[in-house]
Design a protein around this ligand. Structure first.
Ligand SMILES: [Zn+2]
Ligand SMILES: [Zn+2]
Length: 347
């Protein structure tokens, strides 16, 4: 079978490898779609110290059950499944508390839990082998829509859930970056917090048009007047929550300059910016009481919730399909900002 391997800093290769053998608790999944994520670009451009060279890329995988190990129950060949992106142990204290995205067994205090494409072989291949407990049934969902739910659905679901307590009547939420994750966040907000006023920020006109069509009441580009325009819309006291799907310094600065005291900032994008907290008497740069969080992915409940929204037609993912053999073109298009919605590789 074919597998897209990360071979070194900045290099990947589609190679022939044996179809994996499955153990009793595992399932062989025939891949039908593998989403391409901005984080795959980050992975591709790590330096020579990156521990995961030789791994098959891909943490957003949909497919059909091909065969199951002797101990697997409840899954039959031909069934459509989503491969969860976080392979937690399911037994440790964080897992039992529902924070499997902070699993203490497959992850450490500073390293995220085991993730296909990051240590375990991922889904940019003809087949993937998965422990049965990391699979979710997806019914009739289009694989091109389903695959990105493993991250582009999961991660915004988790972050929206974490700010829902802030989105009471009259609330305003700012979504920065209307790409693969941000455009899903808008839909989840419409479903989960229909009363909240949504402001969308992006550099791209087409993405702002998309945001407007998804219910944003104000769309704007970042720039020197962005904070003032947001405060003019939301009120001078600030917005209740900011979801930053970019994470570069200007977007984090924007988030900190519009959030209200006791509000929430969620930094999702891996743009390498930083949020500063000063232990002094001023409300600068961060107002009093603001919670700033960056979480890895989301938990199993978030994953199931966003699959449910997709099955009910409340979340749809705009995707652009590329043959697996043209993965390099997909990566190049993503790096150049030429992909509408999510790029999805199809074996
Ligand atoms: Zn991702
Ligand atoms: Zn665990």
């Amino acid at each position: 079978m074919r597998a897209l391997k990360l071979t070194g800093p900045g290099t990947m290769e589609l190679v022939e490898v044996p179809v994996p053998e499955i153990a009793d608790h595992e399932v062989l999944v025939k891949v039908t779609a593998a989403g391409l994520c901005h984080s795959d670009l980050h992975i591709l451009h790590q330096d020579e110290n990156w521990p995961f060279f030789g791994t098959t890329l891909g943490h957003e995988t949909a497919g059909l059950v091909d065969s199951v190990g002797a101990a697997v129950t409840g899954l039959v060949p031909g069934e459509a499944v989503l491969v969860r992106a976080l392979w937690a142990c399911g037994e440790c204290r964080p897992c039992r508390l529902g924070a499997d995205n902070a699993c203490a067994v497959t992850g450490t205090r500073t390293m995220f839990p085991l993730t296909p494409g990051l240590g375990a072989d991922g889904g940019m291949a003809d087949f993937i082998k998965v422990d049965a407990r990391h699979l979710e049934k997806i019914g009739e969902l289009d694989p091109l829509v389903a695959a990105p739910l493993a991250d582009a659905g999961l991660t915004p679901m988790h972050n929206v859930n974490s700010v829902l307590p802030y989105l009471t009547e009259g609330a305003t939420v700012v979504v920065i970056g209307i790409g693969g994750l941000g455009h899903v966040a808008l839909q989840i907000l419409a479903a989960a917090a229909p009363e909240a006023r949504v402001i969308a920020v992006d550099t791209d006109d087409a993405k702002l048009d998309l945001a407007r069509s998804r219910g944003a009441s104000l769309v704007l580009k970042p720039g020197p007047d962005a904070a003032a325009r947001i405060l003019a819309e939301a009120g001078e006291h600030g917005v209740d929550a900011v979801l930053d799907f970019v994470g570069v310094q200007p977007t984090i600065d924007l988030a900190m300059s519009v959030v209200r005291p006791e509000g929430a900032i969620r930094i999702v994008g891996l743009g390498e910016g930083h949020a500063q907290i000063n232990a002094d008497l001023s409300g600068e740069p961060l107002p009093w009481g603001v919670t700033v969080q960056r979480a890895y992915g989301g938990n199993i409940a978030d994953q199931r919730a966003v699959i449910d929204l997709a099955n009910r037609g409340l979340v749809t993912i705009e995707s652009t399909a590329y043959p697996l053999a043209e993965a390099q073109r997909a990566f190049d298009d993503l790096a150049a900002g030429r992909v509408a919605g999510r790029a999805v590789l199809v074996p």
